[in-house]
Ligand binder design. Structure first.
Ligand code: PAF
Length: 286
């Protein structure tokens, strides 16, 4: 199946593993962008980075059941395949891999990747098992696509960290490229979940990135009582109606809680507007 693109080659849409393997077998270099679809400018930026680096750009669209908790939005997660393919054709992707859950998991996936214990903190604390599901599906996708390059967004900083560990600890011959978080003019990080926000929540949502920036300014002014900054920031957002999962200042290199000796830092936040969980982060030097 194909979708029309403005480039010379049409986008090929492939849903089964055997056909994908056959299609990619003669490719010299492959850059891969794994996604769950409902694509926006953030994903297209990753496709652009992939396009600059390899002959063949493969994007996967798969809403991975393994990484959703029982009470999460698996069933309601937006599935917009036709619109996604039009965007990918425009962005110059070559192949989109759109497996069904049965294609990816023909039997119960009893063998899983267990990520390092950092996966149980931050987003992993509120979403037990989430990063096992991410690492397992990414490992499967890497084995299926066999790219030399794979591109992930910095917005999912903890995910990026875990994928880098996966590649390092399993000696995968894949270069991981990190794409900058793309933002609306308001500062709100682009995310598929922004579509769940009602107008009032959408107006409030950019406060998360503004608040993380205040944390950065505070640390840079010389306040190194990180625990106090985190507590005050959480309290501030809570008073404004947010349900805060965490605000955390971490080492950008290890993701462990930052110490006064760490120079490269990242402040990460996850908080809900109503049912919608937003995440964001800012990397900075102390
Ligand atoms: O970031 C995502 O969209 C997903 O976690 C990923 C990497 C595609 C794995 O399902």
């Amino acid at each position: 199946m194909t979708a029309h693109s403005t480039s010379s080659k049409p986008l090929e849409i492939i849903a089964d593993i055997a056909s994908l393997r056959q299609r990619l077998s003669a490719e010299g270099s492959i850059a891969f962008v794994p996604t769950m679809g409902n694509l926006h400018a953030g994903h297209l930026h990753l496709v652009k980075l992939a396009r600059e680096r390899a002959q063949c750009v493969v994007v996967s669209i798969f809403v991975n059941p393994l990484q959703f908790g029982a009470n999460e939005d698996l069933d309601n997660y937006p599935r917009t395949l036709q619109a996604d393919c039009a965007l990918l054709a425009e962005a110059g992707a070559d192949v989109v891999f759109t497996p069904s859950p049965a294609e990816m998991y023909p039997a119960t996936q009893t063998m899983r990747i267990t990520p390092p214990s950092i996966a149980n903190e931050l987003c992993g604390a509120a979403r037990p098992g989430h990063f096992d599901g991410v690492a397992t599906v990414v490992m499967k996708l890497f084995n299926i696509v066999q790219p030399q390059i794979a591109v992930f967004g910095r917005k999912d900083y903890q995910q990026l960290f875990i994928i880098r560990e996966l590649v390092r600890q399993f000696n995968l011959p894949i270069d991981i490229i990190a794409g900058e978080t793309q933002r609306e003019a308001s500062g709100l990080a682009l995310s598929s979940r922004n579509g769940y926000l009602n107008p009032a929540q959408k107006l409030e949502a950019p406060r998360l990135s503004r608040t993380l920036q205040l944390v950065v300014d505070n640390v840079r002014k010389g306040n190194h009582d990180y625990a106090a900054i985190e507590a005050q920031t959480s309290q501030y957002l809570t008073q404004l109606g947010w349900i805060v999962d965490y605000i955390s200042i971490r080492s950008a290199d290890t993701l462990l809680p930052a110490t006064v000796d760490d120079e490269a830092l990242v402040v990460l936040g996850a908080a809900r507007q109503g049912q919608t969980r937003l995440i964001d982060n800012i990397e900075f030097q102390r």
